[in-house]
Design a protein around this ligand. Structure first.
Ligand code: P6P
Length: 349
């Protein structure tokens, strides 16, 4: 080989990294570049968490940390680890004024936040952490808003930056730590999925412009709560279990992982409906609006799906507090509309 030639055999063809894709999109939508840098920072944080998740068993990161979070839920060691990774990696970026985490009672100022920080971020560092010790997929969920406060200081009691409807998100996403680690996000221009190639440490574009099927035959809910559900929800689920009661006459399959990120990811790819309804004991259900339901609703809508609290769009709801809960019905538009109709006809509480 002449010494003027370079060996290009190592280059990959049709390999689009997250950074390539974000920069190309940024040019197309005339973005400032700040949001692009933020998303790449989030991707870095989830790569670090992914390494922790994959080594959990080896690094004695399994099991409970012996503490309880604001939700009254026992914290797993990975919850605390992931919360620290996110808060430090993103907090030092300078892009965020303040942050909210499922693992912390109050919002707190980002390390390098200032009046020049345009955004605030809410995240669930490890969703589904009860599945960690049994090696079932778990995930991180996040949503970003433009701040509406003047940014002069961060008062933990001033939650106005976070009490915005989900449709105000400038970006949202999740990372699923499963058989592979996938980064899925949207900035309002479609929902796109990337798979981590750990040999090069890059998220590679594998699912551009994800399109959720408009209808489906999979339903996902914890039927152990059936007797506490409203009549409308019960009647809808009954039609899914008995083809003679369903307008289509089709049979349906039940799939429930017990990790919102895993159940939602399957729903985006295969269609269907995920439901966490309210019940007699918890009328607002279990899932949190700000850092679980609103980001998933943003992603669902950007892939052609729908997300509802049973009566109205999740994306229109304004949280009453940073840890507010909401019933969630999310997935194929036709199926979400069916359950909304059943609730209207047979009662929703
Ligand atoms: P249940 C995990 O704890 C979580 O917050 C979501 O990831 C999941 O969808 C839901 O709770 C599962 O709740 O009551 O069915 O165990």
């Amino acid at each position: 080989m002449k010494n003027t030639e370079i060996d290009t055999s190592w280059t990959f063809t049709n390999t689009v990294t997250l950074a390539d894709f974000i920069r190309k999109n940024e040019l197309q939508v005339g973005a400032s570049g700040n949001l692009s840098s933020v998303i790449l920072r989030i991707a870095l944080a989830t790569k670090i968490v992914s390494r922790g998740v994959n080594r959990a068993g080896l690094a004695s990161m399994m099991g409970l940390a012996g503490e309880v979070n604001v939700q009254g839920e026992e914290q797993a060691k990975l919850d605390i680890y992931a919360d620290k990774v996110f808060s430090s990696t993103l907090g030092r970026s300078g892009y965020f004024l303040s942050m909210v985490s499922e693992e912390r009672e109050e919002l707190w100022p980002a390390k390098k936040g200032s009046e020049t920080s345009h955004y605030v971020i809410a995240f669930d560092p490890v969703d589904g952490s009860s599945n960690i010790d049994v090696n079932v997929s778990i995930g991180t969920v996040w949503g970003i808003y433009r701040r509406i406060s003047d940014g002069s200081n961060v008062d933990p009691n001033d939650t106005s930056d976070f009490l915005q409807p989900g449709k105000n998100q400038v970006a949202a996403g999740y990372t699923i730590y499963g058989s592979s680690t996938m980064f899925v996000y949207s900035t309002g221009h479609g929902t796109h999925g990337f798979t981590l190639d750990p040999t090069i440490g890059e998220f590679i574009l594998t699912n551009p412009q994800m399109e959720m099927p408009q209808d489906g035959n999979i339903y996902s809910c914890n039927e152990g709560n059936y007797h506490g559900w409203s009549e409308g929800v019960k009647q809808y689920v009954d039609t899914l279990k008995d083809p003679s009661k369903h307008a289509s006459g089709n049979t349906h399959s039940a799939r429930y992982v017990g990790s919102l990120v895993a159940d939602f990811h399957r729903t985006v790819l295969k269609g269907g409906i995920f439901m966490y309804p309210g019940d007699k004991k918890n009328p607002n259900g279990k899932l949190r609006l700000l850092y679980e339901c609103a980001p998933m609703a943003f992603l669902a809508e950007n892939s052609g799906g729908r997300a509802s609290n049973g009566n109205s769009s999740i994306s229109d709801l304004v949280p009453t507090d940073i840890h507010a809960r909401t019933p969630l019905f999310i997935g194929s538009t036709k199926m979400v509309e069916e359950v909304e109709k059943s609730i209207r006809e047979h009662g929703g509480d």
